[in-house]
Ligand binder design. Structure first.
Ligand SMILES: [Zn+2]
Length: 194
């Protein structure tokens, strides 16, 4: 009986936590708006990656139903007048975009710029490579993570349960922190506030 009451209390607490998470999400949630963000593709600095391959992979990631599309975000490539600039950049150029925020080792988002660090694009990260995760999944993760910042998401420091799927806004490139690598936004990350 007592354990029944306790589990009921726990269930209530979980329900209220879920409700407050949902409320936060609802404040920004625009899945019904189905709005479009235009972007263009370019490179900055000396990069090893191929721009046409980059263009194609980014388009595939944005068109994937496991990605930000689930939050109602339709990313559309345009030739001019883009809202967002998705850039394959040398480490030097990433850092130059905002020396106080960005490092030459990682990818970064600054204003309209979604900067994918060429070093990471070509080599993934130690955190992913140590676990034998594919470069394809690393690329999905890093594009979705930086795009998540563009959509208004801050970092998330941990996964909900030990070994649980890492939130897309966890800094998976610098360490999994006990989470399972995951290249897609989790259900409770499907909101935008742009
Ligand atoms: Zn980040």
């Amino acid at each position: 009986m007592l354990s029944g009451i306790v589990s009921l209390a726990v269930a209530k607490e979980v329900a209220s936590a879920q409700l407050s998470a949902q409320k936060t999400a609802d404040e920004y949630f625009r899945s019904n708006a189905n709005y479009t963000i235009s972007y263009d593709i370019s490179t900055r600095g000396a990069v090893e990656g191929d721009i046409e391959e980059f263009r194609q992979i980014v388009a595939e990631i944005y068109a994937d139903e496991r990605g930000w599309l689930r939050a109602g975000v339709k990313m559309e490539e345009v030739e001019s007048g883009a809202q967002a600039h998705v850039i394959l950049a040398s480490g030097e150029e990433v850092k130059k975009a905002s020396p106080t925020i960005c490092s030459d080792e990682l990818s970064c988002q600054v204003g309209q710029l979604i900067l994918i660090n060429d070093k990471r694009w070509m080599n993934a990260s130690d955190s992913y490579n140590e676990l034998g995760v594919s470069l394809k999944d690393y690329r999905r993760m890093v594009v979705n993570h930086e795009t998540g910042h563009y959509l208004g998401h801050p970092h998330i420091p941990a996964c909900e349960t030990p070994n649980g799927l890492g939130p897309i806004m966890l800094q998976q490139s610098t360490g999994l922190r006990g989470c399972t690598p995951n290249p897609w936004p989790l259900p409770n990350e499907l909101w935008v506030k742009r």
